[in-house]
Design a protein around this ligand. Structure first.
Ligand SMILES: *Cc1c(COP(=O)(O)O)cnc(C)c1O
Length: 212
């Protein structure tokens, strides 16, 4: 762990924001160094890597899947994940529903939105498809949408970053009027302070916590 960076993050996020430590590409030892500080939420974006690590690390780690999830990987990751942050469509929701029912679990998920439209090729839902997905999932018994996730734009323009996170916050507030959601997952190493200023209550930080 990097003490100085960890202390900075903890100070910046405060008590009401959750920290999801993004541990993709990191070793079990590096993950344990944060586990020993009391951290329990770790994010992975590859199914095989998540399973490999979950099998050797403490069972009270809450693994969040944060990458693009192929439907044929759902069954394999389900026993290990406590949340899927990257729900990007009705078809995937239906597969999670089927597999979660089979496993006798209710899976908390976040709906991932593609807000930074200048970043092409990124996954995530269009805002215009939000209602259809949320209405559909409200009928599913084993999928529970707890909130939304979004990424900031890939730019140094801080105003543009705040603009996108503000859009995420407004979408969250709108959906919250109809649906029982409470997690707004926005912000990574380079933009989490902007995300916090815009109301994020879960940040996903990797690089800054593992690299000097
Ligand atoms: C890799 C990743 C992060 C963490 O990014 P860093 O810049 O390393 O902090 C957060 N969210 C998602 C979805 C990621 O894929």
């Amino acid at each position: 762990m990097i003490r100085e960076h960890y202390d900075t993050v903890k100070q910046n996020i405060g008590k009401d924001t959750s920290l999801c430590i993004v541990s993709k590409h990191r070793t079990p030892e590096e993950i344990l160094s944060y586990y020993e500080q009391g951290e329990r939420i770790f994010g992975e974006n590859r199914a095989e890597e998540l399973i490999r690590k979950a099998e050797v690390l403490p069972s009270d780690i809450q693994w969040h899947f944060i990458g693009h999830l192929q439907r044929n990987k759902v069954r394999r990751i389900l026993p290990f994940v406590s949340m899927i942050q990257s729900l990007d469509g009705i078809a995937l929701a239906d597969v999670i529903e089927k597999e979660a029912a089979r496993a006798g679990r209710i899976i908390p998920v976040l709906a991932e939105f593609h807000l930074a439209t200048e970043d092409t090729g990124k996954s995530g839902l269009d805002v215009k498809d939000a209602d259809a997905l949320f209405a559909h999932c409200a009928k599913l018994k084993h999928v529970r949408i707890d909130g939304i996730m979004a990424m900031g734009p890939h730019t140094d323009n801080r105003d543009r970053i705040r603009e996108v996170f503000t859009q995420g916050r407004e979408l969250f507030d709108t959906l919250k009027k109809t649906y029982d959601i409470h997690i707004l997952s926005m912000g990574m190493s380079d933009d989490y302070t902007e995300a916090l200023a815009c109301g994020s209550n879960m940040v996903r930080i990797g690089t800054y916590l593992f690299e000097k």
